[in-house]
Design a protein around this ligand. Structure first.
Ligand SMILES: [Cu+2]
Length: 123
């Protein structure tokens, strides 16, 4: 979780913002810069919604296949969103249905969500 990254990504970002993980992996959110956290918006079927504490490291266990679409509550408006794909993209239709509602709250860089979703691998 960064205020700024290296190069072209601009400000207020998760780095990496797209992760393709395997079932059983974990993802740890690290607050490199302060003032960020992460909260799930869509999770795979049977997975629990999650929310990382502000400015604290937090690990999410990836125990269901599908896509996690998440955002930083303080910086959603600035386009701070991320995607974790766990195995197969089993809940892609739900993600595609809900993404526009999240995108509508992104005043800056709404195209980021489209670029992230374009990474999703469908067999
Ligand atoms: Cu943030």
């Amino acid at each position: 979780m960064l205020n700024y990254g290296s190069g072209k990504d601009g400000g207020m970002i998760f780095q990496p913002a797209y992760i393709h993980a395997s079932l059983g992996d974990t993802v740890t959110f690290i607050p490199t810069h302060s003032g960020h956290n992460a909260q799930s918006y869509v999770v795979p079927k049977d997975a629990k919604q999650w929310k990382t504490p502000l400015d604290k490291e937090y690990t999410v266990a990836l125990d269901q296949e599908g896509i996690h679409l998440y955002y930083c509550p303080p910086h959603l408006m600035m386009g701070m969103v991320g995607v974790i794909q766990v195995g197969e993209a089993k809940n892609l239709s739900l993600v595609e249905k809900k993404a526009p509602r999240l995108r509508a709250k992104m005043a800056l860089k709404p195209e980021r969500i489209d670029a992230l979703l374009a990474n999703i691998q469908v067999p």
